[in-house]
Design a protein around this ligand. Structure first.
Ligand code: UGA
Length: 415
């Protein structure tokens, strides 16, 4: 199929290269010249396992101009929806892009389907995207089709997840729109669920907020277990045999970060409040997450006075195998440590440079030098941290690194 992807963030770029690899004619469109140049030079600004290799073996057209999507049968909208001050998902960039697509739709004679992939508040495709597209003078369901099909890509594993999805959700305005999109996915073995636009939007937000809830839940259980001298990891293992519960996403620790879980949680909370519903459970999931991170600082304080002490941090990325520090737990923890008057030195194999732009005042050192601190805090479970020699150290572990148990004083954040 001839496909245009509007927005070359990690969803757009990964979707583009994977669909090209599967034999589609793909055009990537972005208004950001730097991003397009980087893609053309096969040096994308995001790190994804296998991405550069795929860029090198696929033939993808790139453009700064929306008009390039003119010949497409399918136009995917992959524009970012960042959080506003009240947590709501901001739609202005998406709106600008849809207005441009509307110009394309106006001039197009053949039928095409516009598909929203961005994470948006339920109702957005029907109440915002379709009216903007119809400003073209064309009618949805007649001259063009509309779908909403969310992505469930984990950062770092996005290519694998796209090629091996657990499910494909197709929210459709009408049957013809859905048929067009389903045709793209006909060779995938994953179950395809076809539903309406709002449900598809909600499936995305509900999935991420459920994952966040699972993490805050196990952290809460962990906090109780710690006081009772019970190992929460053993408890999670025992729970996980029940396939109604499942064993994944029950790793207790300092909580969740990243560009999706916290943002989508806040986005759903904000949307609920707009319609007059107070989502108390979701709010608590978020509160627990922030309190959980700060628990690591409280534990340090139990062992010594933080003023002028040196705290070594292992791990700054929001999870291993990425340089991404967005909403990383390390951010609020370092802020709290500095507030307490501690000196901080930190190590991360990929994310140190990104962290430096936020915290130029802390020291960035090797992992061995981090160990040479008054106490060590482990905040990301990088494999290499399991090969360090922690003997003689005070370690507060936020991610359950087995080797760290060999420390002179060892405490898990909730075990
Ligand atoms: C998340 C979802 O897992 C994807 O399915 C979704 O598509 C994506 O958001 C998105 O909406 O784009 P991602 O943000 O890449 O993916 O990261 P996760 O692997 O979900 O991890 C999120 C955070 O939860 C990390 O900070 C991780 O350390 C933490 N976590 C994860 C735990 O604390 N415990 C666990 O058991 C699992």
């Amino acid at each position: 199929m001839r496909i245009s992807i509007i927005g070359t963030g990690y969803v757009g770029l990964v979707t583009g290269v994977c669909l090209a690899k599967l034999g589609n004619e793909v055009t990537l469109v972005d208004v950001d010249k730097k991003k397009i140049e980087a893609i053309n030079q096969k040096r994308p600004s995001i790190y994804e396992e296998g991405l550069v290799e795929l860029l090198n073996v696929t033939d993808i057209e790139t453009s700064l101009d929306f008009k390039k999507s003119f010949g497409s049968e399918l136009i995917f909208i992959c524009i970012g929806t960042p959080s506003g001050d009240d947590g709501s998902l901001l739609l202005d960039q998406l709106e600008t892009a849809v207005k441009q697509i509307s110009q394309v739709v106006r001039r197009k004679e053949e039928y095409c389907v516009v598909c929203v992939k961005s994470t948006v508040p339920p109702g957005t495709t029907r109440e915002l995207v379709i009216p903007l597209l119809e400003k073209s003078g064309k009618e949805a369901g007649k001259h063009f089709g509309v779908c909403m099909s969310p992505e469930f890509l984990r950062e770092g594993k996005a290519i694998y997840d796209l090629m091996n999805p657990a499910r494909i959700i197709i929210g459709e305005y009408d049957k013809r729109s859905g048929d067009t999109l389903a045709n793209l996915y006909k060779d995938f073995s994953a179950p395809i669920m076809r539903t309406n636009l709002g449900t598809a939007e909600m499936i995305k937000l509900a999935s991420n907020t459920f994952l966040a809830t699972k993490i805050s839940f196990i952290n809460e259980i962990g906090n109780i277990c710690k006081q009772l001298n019970i190992d929460v990891y053993e408890v999670a293992k025992g729970m996980g045999f029940d396939d109604r519960i499942g064993s994944k996403f029950l790793n207790a620790g300092v909580g969740f970060g990243g560009s999706c879980l916290p943002k989508d949680l806040r986005g759903l909370i904000a949307r609920s409040k707009q319609i007059g519903y107070e989502p108390k459970l979701l709010q608590e999931v978020l509160n627990r997450n922030d309190e959980q991170a700060l628990k690591s600082v409280e534990l340090l304080k139990k062992h010594f006075n933080l003023k002028n002490a040196t705290v070594g941090i292992l791990g700054l990325a929001f999870k291993p195998e990425t340089d991404d520090i967005r909403e990383s737990r390390a951010i609020i923890i370092v802020e709290a440590l500095l507030h307490e008057g501690a000196k901080v030195k930190a190590y991360d194999p990929l994310a140190a440079e990104n962290f430096r732009s936020l915290f130029p005042q802390i020291e960035y050192v090797t992992k061995e030098e981090v160990l040479n601190s008054d106490a060590v805090l482990i905040l990301t479970e990088w494999e290499e941290f399991n090969r360090l020699d922690y003997s003689g150290k005070i370690v507060i572990d936020g991610r359950r690194v087995p080797k760290a148990k060999g420390a002179r004083i060892y405490e898990g954040v909730c075990w």
